[in-house]
Design a protein around this ligand. Structure first.
Ligand code: SAM
Length: 332
């Protein structure tokens, strides 16, 4: 299990690009490919589970008939407000919800909606989150150690860094960052924490830099920051639950599209799609099936779709993006 890129969020590239990006909004990736794979001939309800600043949602709502309803979800109230303003011309067709993936089924039942024609998950962070130093996501910007996507949540990066034990920090850096120097970094954090709390991104950065060879510093910083962020926001657990709930709520022939940005997400989605499209899981030596498991999905993208060179040039954040698409089978 290795990270495919040293800086999965391409922090430097994204920040440099942000200066040129005049409207200041997050630039959605793989928009054409999402529309091609997400939209059926006559969708009724589409759920954008990661509306962010509304780029994909705007493209979707502009493309579908006025009778199609959109549900736009985000756990970040700030992003949701930006999306609300951006999508104001379509407000009669959109329901906005401030919640997490793991609350999708609950929302749909409150809306009395039984089936959804398409789900989009565009994972990770918006550039508006990454570029805001007060959110504390980036080791390139000095800000409070925060990293909460939902600022009403209690646990922030401060709690993880200052209150987790050394062995828990090692586990997180290994599991969510695949960081080779996990022990060294965790030890440095815990011993510095005994003197005074580590409360800013730059304090954490300096600490990591103090124990890592300059040649590997950027990689280690990217991995450590990624690991803390995943832990703070429980991103992989949320993704698992979100996919399960979306698959259950999809209408027959409904579409599931997921855009992932790093190897932990890629692997989770690949395995989920494989499992859900497989059906019977009985050992091969059994003459008849006794598990009665049925396939729920037909995978459309046997290999995930990646952005064109032109898109990667234009939008550095697209560099590591992969789009996975599947269709709900009709017999279930
Ligand atoms: C890459 S951005 C989406 C950008 C969006 N597609 C656009 O075009 O502007 C990812 C968004 O997903 C949200 N998000 C991440 N995990 C979430 C979760 N578990 N539940 C709800 N929203 C989540 C983040 O807050 C962020 O706004």
């Amino acid at each position: 299990m290795t990270l495919q890129r040293e800086d999965p969020f391409n922090v430097k590239g994204v920040l440099k690009h942000a200066k040129k990006n005049k409207n200041g909004l997050h630039q959605p990736v793989l928009v054409k490919e999402v529309l091609e794979n997400l939209l059926l001939e006559s969708p009724k309800v589409i759920c954008d589970a990661t509306v962010g600043t509304g780029g994909h949602a705007e493209a979707i709502v502009a493309k579908v008939k006025p009778s199609v309803r959109l549900i736009c979800i985000d756990r970040d109230a700030n992003a949701l407000n930006i999306a609300r303003r951006r999508l104001a011309p379509y407000r009669n067709r959109i329901c906005f919800a401030h919640l997490r993936f793991s609350q999708i089924e609950n929302l749909l039942s409150r809306l009395n909606l039984k089936e959804v024609s398409g789900f989009l998950f565009d994972l990770g962070l918006c550039s508006t989150q990454l570029e805001n130093k007060k959110r504390g996501f980036s080791f390139q910007l000095d800000g409070p150690l925060d990293m909460r996507m939902d600022r009403s949540q209690e646990k922030s990066a401060f709690e993880v860094v200052n209150y987790y034990s050394q062995s828990d920090l090692v586990k997180i850096f290994k599991r969510f960052g695949q960081e080779k120097y996990s022990k060294k970094i965790a030890r440095a954090i815990v011993s510095r924490g005994k003197v005074s709390p580590i409360s800013t991104t730059f304090q954490l950065r300096v600490l990591v830099e103090s124990v890592i060879n300059p040649k590997f510093r950027i990689k280690s910083l990217a991995r450590v920051f990624q690991a803390i962020r995943i832990e703070v926001n429980q991103e992989l657990e949320e993704l698992k639950q979100g996919l399960n709930q979306a698959i259950r709520c999809l209408a027959p022939k409904g579409r599931l599209c997921v855009i992932s940005y790093h190897s932990l997400e890629h692997r989770l989605i690949r395995e989920k799609m494989r499992k859900e499209s497989k059906g019977c899981i009985c050992p091969p030596h059994l003459p008849v099936c006794c598990c009665e498991a049925k396939a729920n999905l037909r995978v459309i993208t046997t290999k995930p779709i990646t952005p064109s060179l032109e898109e990667k040039e234009r939008n550095p954040r697209a560099r590591s993006a992969r789009l996975w698409a599947a269709e709900k089978l009709t017999h279930v």
